[in-house]
Design a protein around this ligand. Structure first.
Ligand SMILES: [Zn+2]
Length: 264
Protein backbone atom coordinates (compact mmCIF):
# COMPACT_ATOMS: atom_id res chain seq x y z
CA UNK A 1 0.00 0.00 0.00
CA UNK A 2 1.03 3.58 -0.49
CA UNK A 3 0.64 6.24 2.20
CA UNK A 4 0.60 9.93 1.26
CA UNK A 5 0.78 12.51 4.03
CA UNK A 6 -1.94 15.10 3.39
CA UNK A 7 -1.54 16.90 6.70
CA UNK A 8 0.68 16.46 9.72
CA UNK A 9 -0.10 19.50 11.88
CA UNK A 10 -1.29 19.21 15.47
CA UNK A 11 -4.59 20.87 16.48
CA UNK A 12 -3.73 24.09 14.60
CA UNK A 13 -2.52 24.09 11.04
CA UNK A 14 1.00 24.84 9.87
CA UNK A 15 1.23 27.81 7.52
CA UNK A 16 -0.56 26.54 4.40
CA UNK A 17 -0.82 23.14 6.11
CA UNK A 18 -3.47 20.79 7.38
CA UNK A 19 -4.15 18.72 10.48
CA UNK A 20 -4.36 14.92 10.64
CA UNK A 21 -5.03 13.22 7.29
CA UNK A 22 -3.35 10.41 5.34
CA UNK A 23 -4.27 9.02 1.95
CA UNK A 24 -3.96 5.25 1.57
CA UNK A 25 -3.94 3.77 -1.93
CA UNK A 26 -3.66 0.10 -2.74
CA UNK A 27 -4.52 -0.96 -6.28
CA UNK A 28 -8.06 0.30 -6.85
CA UNK A 29 -8.70 0.95 -3.16
CA UNK A 30 -8.59 4.52 -1.84
CA UNK A 31 -9.04 5.36 1.84
CA UNK A 32 -8.65 8.61 3.74
CA UNK A 33 -7.36 8.02 7.26
CA UNK A 34 -8.48 10.98 9.42
CA UNK A 35 -9.98 14.19 8.04
CA UNK A 36 -8.79 17.11 10.18
CA UNK A 37 -8.83 20.84 9.46
CA UNK A 38 -7.65 21.59 5.94
CA UNK A 39 -7.59 18.00 4.73
CA UNK A 40 -10.44 18.23 2.23
CA UNK A 41 -8.53 20.74 0.11
CA UNK A 42 -5.31 18.75 0.38
CA UNK A 43 -7.13 15.54 -0.60
CA UNK A 44 -8.31 17.20 -3.79
CA UNK A 45 -4.72 17.76 -4.91
CA UNK A 46 -4.19 13.98 -5.07
CA UNK A 47 -7.51 12.23 -5.78
CA UNK A 48 -11.06 13.05 -6.79
CA UNK A 49 -13.07 13.08 -3.56
CA UNK A 50 -15.90 11.08 -5.14
CA UNK A 51 -13.43 8.24 -5.72
CA UNK A 52 -12.63 7.73 -2.02
CA UNK A 53 -13.99 4.35 -0.92
CA UNK A 54 -13.96 5.08 2.80
CA UNK A 55 -12.89 7.61 5.40
CA UNK A 56 -11.60 6.09 8.64
CA UNK A 57 -11.49 8.32 11.74
CA UNK A 58 -9.11 7.60 14.64
CA UNK A 59 -10.82 9.69 17.31
CA UNK A 60 -13.34 12.43 17.81
CA UNK A 61 -11.13 15.47 18.27
CA UNK A 62 -11.74 18.26 15.75
CA UNK A 63 -8.24 18.11 14.27
CA UNK A 64 -8.94 14.51 13.23
CA UNK A 65 -12.46 14.87 11.77
CA UNK A 66 -13.68 18.47 11.29
CA UNK A 67 -13.16 18.55 7.51
CA UNK A 68 -15.93 15.96 7.23
CA UNK A 69 -18.10 19.10 7.25
CA UNK A 70 -16.88 20.62 3.94
CA UNK A 71 -16.49 17.10 2.52
CA UNK A 72 -20.18 16.47 3.31
CA UNK A 73 -21.25 19.72 1.67
CA UNK A 74 -19.33 18.69 -1.45
CA UNK A 75 -20.95 15.26 -1.59
CA UNK A 76 -24.42 16.76 -1.22
CA UNK A 77 -24.19 20.01 -3.18
CA UNK A 78 -21.47 19.57 -5.80
CA UNK A 79 -22.85 20.00 -9.36
CA UNK A 80 -21.69 16.55 -10.49
CA UNK A 81 -23.54 14.88 -7.59
CA UNK A 82 -26.96 16.14 -8.76
CA UNK A 83 -29.58 13.97 -10.57
CA UNK A 84 -30.01 16.61 -13.28
CA UNK A 85 -27.35 18.00 -15.63
CA UNK A 86 -25.46 21.01 -14.28
CA UNK A 87 -23.12 21.96 -17.12
CA UNK A 88 -20.52 20.74 -17.66
CA UNK A 89 -21.65 17.81 -15.51
CA UNK A 90 -24.07 15.27 -17.03
CA UNK A 91 -26.04 14.48 -13.84
CA UNK A 92 -26.01 11.17 -12.04
CA UNK A 93 -28.45 8.65 -10.59
CA UNK A 94 -25.75 7.28 -8.32
CA UNK A 95 -23.95 10.10 -6.49
CA UNK A 96 -20.87 9.08 -4.54
CA UNK A 97 -21.55 8.23 -0.89
CA UNK A 98 -18.29 6.94 0.62
CA UNK A 99 -18.23 4.79 3.74
CA UNK A 100 -17.40 6.66 6.92
CA UNK A 101 -15.85 4.33 9.49
CA UNK A 102 -15.80 6.18 12.78
CA UNK A 103 -15.31 5.55 16.50
CA UNK A 104 -18.05 4.56 18.95
CA UNK A 105 -20.28 7.58 19.63
CA UNK A 106 -19.41 9.27 16.35
CA UNK A 107 -22.98 9.65 15.10
CA UNK A 108 -23.93 11.57 18.24
CA UNK A 109 -20.84 13.78 18.10
CA UNK A 110 -21.31 14.56 14.41
CA UNK A 111 -24.96 15.50 15.03
CA UNK A 112 -23.93 17.82 17.85
CA UNK A 113 -21.33 19.55 15.69
CA UNK A 114 -23.44 20.13 12.57
CA UNK A 115 -26.58 20.46 14.69
CA UNK A 116 -25.12 23.69 16.04
CA UNK A 117 -26.45 25.36 12.87
CA UNK A 118 -29.49 23.10 12.50
CA UNK A 119 -28.03 20.65 10.00
CA UNK A 120 -28.03 17.54 12.23
CA UNK A 121 -28.09 14.94 9.46
CA UNK A 122 -25.49 16.52 7.17
CA UNK A 123 -22.68 14.03 7.68
CA UNK A 124 -24.94 10.96 7.76
CA UNK A 125 -26.63 12.06 4.54
CA UNK A 126 -23.33 12.56 2.79
CA UNK A 127 -21.58 9.41 3.99
CA UNK A 128 -22.55 5.82 4.74
CA UNK A 129 -21.69 6.00 8.45
CA UNK A 130 -20.71 2.97 10.50
CA UNK A 131 -19.28 3.01 14.02
CA UNK A 132 -16.54 0.48 14.69
CA UNK A 133 -15.86 -1.27 18.01
CA UNK A 134 -12.37 -1.72 19.41
CA UNK A 135 -12.34 -5.36 18.24
CA UNK A 136 -13.80 -4.66 14.79
CA UNK A 137 -11.99 -5.72 11.66
CA UNK A 138 -13.05 -3.50 8.76
CA UNK A 139 -12.33 -4.41 5.16
CA UNK A 140 -12.32 -1.78 2.45
CA UNK A 141 -11.35 -3.24 -0.90
CA UNK A 142 -7.95 -4.82 -0.40
CA UNK A 143 -7.25 -3.01 2.88
CA UNK A 144 -7.99 -4.36 6.33
CA UNK A 145 -8.28 -2.10 9.39
CA UNK A 146 -8.14 -3.02 13.07
CA UNK A 147 -8.03 -0.85 16.16
CA UNK A 148 -6.55 -0.48 19.64
CA UNK A 149 -7.67 1.89 22.39
CA UNK A 150 -5.06 4.46 23.43
CA UNK A 151 -5.03 6.61 26.57
CA UNK A 152 -5.65 10.20 25.45
CA UNK A 153 -7.94 13.00 26.66
CA UNK A 154 -10.80 11.08 25.07
CA UNK A 155 -10.93 7.51 23.74
CA UNK A 156 -8.51 7.42 20.81
CA UNK A 157 -8.11 4.45 18.51
CA UNK A 158 -4.78 3.53 17.01
CA UNK A 159 -5.34 2.12 13.54
CA UNK A 160 -3.53 -0.88 12.06
CA UNK A 161 -3.67 -1.35 8.29
CA UNK A 162 -2.63 -4.32 6.15
CA UNK A 163 -3.29 -5.25 2.54
CA UNK A 164 -4.40 -8.50 0.92
CA UNK A 165 -1.97 -7.56 -1.87
CA UNK A 166 0.91 -8.21 0.52
CA UNK A 167 3.38 -5.65 1.81
CA UNK A 168 3.74 -4.63 5.40
CA UNK A 169 1.71 -3.30 8.27
CA UNK A 170 1.05 0.38 8.94
CA UNK A 171 0.55 1.23 12.61
CA UNK A 172 -0.92 4.71 13.12
CA UNK A 173 -0.85 5.57 16.81
CA UNK A 174 -3.62 8.19 16.74
CA UNK A 175 -3.02 10.50 19.74
CA UNK A 176 -1.71 9.00 22.96
CA UNK A 177 0.14 9.70 26.15
CA UNK A 178 3.20 7.46 26.80
CA UNK A 179 1.72 3.99 27.27
CA UNK A 180 2.47 0.30 27.13
CA UNK A 181 -0.70 -0.02 25.01
CA UNK A 182 1.01 1.98 22.27
CA UNK A 183 4.11 -0.24 22.37
CA UNK A 184 1.97 -3.38 22.22
CA UNK A 185 -0.05 -1.98 19.34
CA UNK A 186 3.01 -0.98 17.31
CA UNK A 187 4.93 -4.20 17.92
CA UNK A 188 6.62 -5.35 14.73
CA UNK A 189 4.96 -2.69 12.54
CA UNK A 190 6.75 -2.03 9.28
CA UNK A 191 5.92 1.66 9.49
CA UNK A 192 4.98 3.27 12.81
CA UNK A 193 3.33 6.65 12.22
CA UNK A 194 3.41 8.23 15.65
CA UNK A 195 2.51 11.60 17.07
CA UNK A 196 5.25 13.83 18.48
CA UNK A 197 3.20 16.80 19.53
CA UNK A 198 5.20 18.09 22.46
CA UNK A 199 8.53 19.89 22.83
CA UNK A 200 8.60 18.58 26.43
CA UNK A 201 6.17 16.61 28.60
CA UNK A 202 3.06 18.44 29.80
CA UNK A 203 3.93 20.29 33.00
CA UNK A 204 0.48 20.06 34.59
CA UNK A 205 -2.63 17.89 34.45
CA UNK A 206 -3.23 14.56 32.81
CA UNK A 207 -0.83 13.76 30.00
CA UNK A 208 -2.30 13.26 26.52
CA UNK A 209 0.55 13.46 24.01
CA UNK A 210 4.14 12.41 23.30
CA UNK A 211 7.44 14.19 22.86
CA UNK A 212 9.71 13.27 19.95
CA UNK A 213 11.98 11.31 22.32
CA UNK A 214 9.00 9.38 23.68
CA UNK A 215 7.76 8.64 20.16
CA UNK A 216 11.17 7.25 19.21
CA UNK A 217 11.41 5.25 22.43
CA UNK A 218 7.98 3.66 21.82
CA UNK A 219 9.18 2.71 18.33
CA UNK A 220 12.31 1.11 19.80
CA UNK A 221 10.34 -0.86 22.40
CA UNK A 222 7.92 -2.01 19.70
CA UNK A 223 10.69 -3.12 17.34
CA UNK A 224 9.11 -1.06 14.57
CA UNK A 225 10.81 -1.17 11.18
CA UNK A 226 10.50 2.55 10.44
CA UNK A 227 9.32 5.44 12.56
CA UNK A 228 7.71 8.55 11.10
CA UNK A 229 6.81 11.43 13.41
CA UNK A 230 3.61 13.35 12.81
CA UNK A 231 1.16 15.71 14.59
CA UNK A 232 4.02 18.16 14.99
CA UNK A 233 3.81 21.92 14.49
CA UNK A 234 5.95 23.89 12.04
CA UNK A 235 6.64 26.11 15.05
CA UNK A 236 8.94 23.39 16.41
CA UNK A 237 12.35 22.53 14.98
CA UNK A 238 11.53 19.49 12.80
CA UNK A 239 15.14 18.43 12.30
CA UNK A 240 15.86 18.60 16.00
CA UNK A 241 12.73 16.55 16.79
CA UNK A 242 13.87 13.96 14.25
CA UNK A 243 17.34 13.79 15.82
CA UNK A 244 15.97 13.40 19.33
CA UNK A 245 13.55 10.69 18.21
CA UNK A 246 16.30 8.89 16.26
CA UNK A 247 18.52 8.80 19.33
CA UNK A 248 15.73 7.21 21.37
CA UNK A 249 14.76 4.84 18.54
CA UNK A 250 18.32 3.77 17.79
CA UNK A 251 18.04 4.44 14.05
CA UNK A 252 16.92 7.05 11.56
CA UNK A 253 13.53 8.67 12.12
CA UNK A 254 11.71 10.83 9.60
CA UNK A 255 9.39 13.74 10.33
CA UNK A 256 6.27 13.67 8.15
CA UNK A 257 6.12 16.31 5.44
CA UNK A 258 2.98 17.18 3.55
CA UNK A 259 3.00 15.27 0.26
CA UNK A 260 5.54 12.69 1.45
CA UNK A 261 4.83 9.20 0.10
CA UNK A 262 5.67 5.94 1.86
CA UNK A 263 5.46 2.48 0.36
CA UNK A 264 4.52 -0.06 3.02
ZN1 LIG B 1 -6.54 14.15 19.96
Amino acid sequence: MQLTVLGKSPAWQDADGACSGYLLRDGDTTVLLDCGNGIFGKLRKFVDYVDVDAVVISHLHADHFIDLVPYSYALIHAPRQQPVPVPPWPGTDSPARPRLVAPPGAAKTFRQVVGAWGNDELIEQAFDLEEYAVDSVIEVGTLRFSFALMPHFIDAYAVSVTSSNGGGRLAFGSDSRPAQELVDFARGADLFLVEATLPRPERTGVRGHLTAEEAGDHGRQAGAGRVVLTHISDELDQADAGRRAAEAFGGPVEVAREGAVYEI
